[in-house]
Ligand binder design. Structure first.
Ligand SMILES: NC(=O)C1=CN([C@@H]2O[C@H](COP(=O)(O)OP(=O)(O)OC[C@H]3O[C@@H](n4cnc5c(N)ncnc54)[C@H](OP(=O)(O)O)[C@@H]3O)[C@@H](O)[C@H]2O)C=CC1
Ligand SMILES: CC1=C(/C=C/C(C)=C/C=C/C(C)=C/C=O)C(C)(C)CCC1
Length: 316
């Protein structure tokens, strides 16, 4: 947990477009800053636009990159997710990097605007819907990448399909673990489907390490542990390295679907490798969000094969 990893890629990103969710603080802020430093146009997707604007100005000043923009995104409300995606699709031609970073941990039992348990709703379902809505843009901008920020905490997670909204039993720490397991299962299932569709989008899940951030805000005990060990745990900048590694490292496409920690491929639990659970979670997530289960083939598949046909026939 205390070891580190550094993204050593020197790649620059002029003309590239990135979206980072939860970019107003912690790991997301440092991830966005580094992408901006490399010249990308970076969208800070934040639920609190005022906080986001302050951070955007700070990043602009530190990096000299004025193309740091703030857009409202509340992952606890599917209307807000749809509004964010609609505006983004209207105003941007490309999306090369999507970092699904935002997260909540150990909230008291609560529900999102759509009635989903808060951890599952924000950490998993919110990002699932966002990725679905932005997929077309990622496909048009391929090669493009999606990074899902998960956690080692997935080890304690289980997908209880009969209690996905925590209504039968609820423990806040475990609810976080379940949602982080869902992040990994989503990554693997998305990678399988993207590969089958011949898309140039790749996807990775990440454990950032134990990082000194605001994630522990809901638990006095965790705040205390974090404070005691603050000298030993990672800074947010160190915590951003594995997300950056997955977003930027050349030649990583063959490892799409893998989980990374400290900038290396990392082991995941047996549950996280269970394809049956991953497929079922995909179907249930689509059902809860009211989107077709084959959204990926609908968005990427037919167009990709059309593009390939055109490419093959044009030179002659
Ligand atoms: N810190 C750690 O030790 C670890 C962190 N992680 C993961 O790293 C990711 C980043 O966490 P970290 O930087 O540590 O935590 P922070 O609490 O510092 O940052 C979380 C970010 O998510 C945003 N967010 C929370 N809820 C919503 C929402 N409903 N809609 C939009 N944005 C929201 C927060 O916004 P706001 O400021 O407005 O609340 C904030 O910007 C998370 O996914 C977390 O699970 C994984 C393993 C360990
Ligand atoms: C006991 C102990 C620690 C506690 C680690 C914990 C409690 C990690 C929790 C990680 C989480 C919640 C990750 C989020 O996804 C430290 C601080 C490493 C210092 C060494 C001793």
């Amino acid at each position: 947990m205390l070891s580190s990893g550094v993204c050593t890629s020197t790649i620059q990103l002029p003309g590239k477009v990135a979206v980072v969710t939860g970019a107003n603080t912690g790991i997301g802020k440092e991830t966005a800053k580094e992408l901006a430093r490399r010249g990308a146009r970076v969208y800070l997707a934040c639920r609190d636009v005022q906080k986001g604007e302050l951070v955007a100005r700070e990043i602009q000043m530190m990096t000299g990159n004025q193309q740091v923009l703030v857009r409202k995104l509340d992952l606890a409300d599917t209307k807000s997710i749809r509004a964010f995606a609609k505006r983004f699709l209207e105003e941007e031609k490309h999306l090369h990097i999507l970092i699904n970073n935002a997260g909540v941990m150990m909230c008291p039992y609560s529900k999102t605007a759509d009635g989903f348990e808060m951890h599952m709703g924000v950490n998993h379902l919110g990002h699932f819907l966002l990725t679905h809505l932005l997929l077309e843009k990622l496909e048009e901008s391929a090669p493009s990448r999606v990074v899902n920020v998960s956690s080692l905490a997935h080890l304690l997670g289980r997908i209880h399909f009969h209690n996905l909204q925590g209504e039968k039993f609820y423990q806040s720490g475990l609810a976080y673990c379940h949602s982080k397991l869902a992040n990994i299962l989503f990554t693997q299932e998305l990678a399988r489907r993207l590969k089958a569709s011949g898309s140039g989008i790749t996807v990775y899940s990440v454990h950032p390490g134990t990082v000194n951030s605001e994630l522990v805000r809901h638990s006095a005990l965790m705040r205390w542990i974090w404070w005691i060990f603050s000298f030993f745990i990672k800074t947010p900048q160190q915590g951003a390295q594995t997300s950056l590694y997955c977003a930027l490292t050349e030649g990583l496409e063959v490892l799409s679907g893998n989980h990374f920690s400290d900038c290396h491929v990392a082991w995941v639990s047996a549950q996280a490798r269970n394809e049956t659970v991953a497929r079922r979670l995909w179907d249930v997530s689509c059902d809860l969000l009211g989107i077709p289960v084959d959204w990926l083939m609908m968005a990427a598949g037919p167009k990709r094969s059309l593009k390939q046909t055109t490419q093959h026939t044009l030179p002659k």
